[in-house]
Design a protein around this ligand. Structure first.
Ligand code: SAM
Length: 282
């Protein structure tokens, strides 16, 4: 396991992922009933943007830094407010030095009755994560393979909530593994919401995953894409995408407001763009 999210924290992929994560939480809080989030590939929780790793790539400067520096139109600001408030609260002096990963973002937006289960397999990253949430009765950190977690912890006892699936894509067959694991989870908990993030590199694998979901009978599938484009011949990732199973009915419209705006401030070169597609209707 070589992947360390510290090199990528706050980049354009995180912008898409964390904007969606915050909107999911806002939606689940429309009802008083508690819910649970399972974050299968949790990382270390939050990121020091002054560290050697983050400074080496500086990816956050092309992502969250641009979002915070931009003039945000009202409709967009209203949708981003919960996420950006967490980012600003973590950086009270104004300078952006700490970036909330999915665990800290989720934890800060949760109510007292909501619960968060975090699994992380990298031993060093798991130690940082479990130290961060030590003694927090709303958060359970588990040193476990996220693919196994989906088979073990679903459905949650709250019977409401969602699963964030954000793998490192280090291994060649990650898409196939993910497809199998998500389908297994969906069979255990067909009413759950699943939010899957991936880089937009291997479009064939993404298509295969969508086909497998459709063939299994999944009926509400939303695809989101945000592409920065190629800033130079060496650019490896054009952008990233997310697939949502059983998304909140509000999400597609919210993303039609957010993604063109993200694209307008984050684009870097040819191939930039955004997309919101309902792959299979409800
Ligand atoms: N979700 C995090 C966030 O938004 O802040 C970032 C997660 S990062 C993209 C992927 C993480 O998955 C890495 O920390 C990596 O160590 C971990 N990982 C890799 N394989 C795993 C597995 N099979 N189960 C659980 N975690 C895994």
């Amino acid at each position: 396991m070589n992947y360390r999210h510290a090199y990528h924290a706050g980049n354009i992929g995180d912008v898409l992922k964390h904007a969606v994560l915050a909107r999911l939480i806002v939606y689940f809080q429309r009802k008083e009933k508690p819910f649970r989030i399972l974050d299968t590939h949790a990382g270390i929780g939050q990121y020091d943007l002054t560290s050697e790793e983050t400074r080496k790539t500086g990816e956050w400067q092309q992502g969250i830094a641009k979002v915070l520096d931009a003039d945000i139109p009202n409709a967009v600001a209203a949708l981003l407010q919960p996420w950006l408030e967490v980012v600003r609260d973590l950086n009270p002096d104004g300078a952006l030095e700490t970036y909330p990963g999915s665990p800290v973002l989720a934890r800060r937006l949760m109510r007292r009755s909501d619960r968060l289960t975090l699994t992380e397999l990298h031993p060093v990253d798991f130690k940082s994560l479990s130290d961060l949430f030590a003694g927090d009765f709303q958060v359970k950190t588990i040193h476990l393979d996220g693919w196994l977690a989906m088979g073990s912890f679903l459905p949650p006892k709250e019977k409401r909530g969602f699963v964030l699936i954000d793998p490192a894509f280090e291994v060649a067959d990650e898409f196939d593994r993910m497809t199998v694991s998500v389908l297994k989870a969906w069979k255990r908990w067909a009413g759950g919401t699943y939010a899957i993030w991936y880089p937009l590199k291997d479009t064939r694998s993404i298509g295969r995953m969508h086909d497998a979901f459709a063939a299994a009978g999944i009926r509400d599938l939303l695809s989101l894409e945000l592409k920065a484009g190629k800033s130079g011949p060496d650019t490896r990732m054009l952008g990233s995408g997310m697939t949502l199973i059983n998304p909140p009915f509000t999400l597609a419209d919210e993303m039609r407001t957010l993604l063109p705006w993200f694209n307008s401030i984050l684009h870097q070169g040819p191939g930039s763009g955004w997309d919101v597609t309902q792959l299979i209707g409800e």
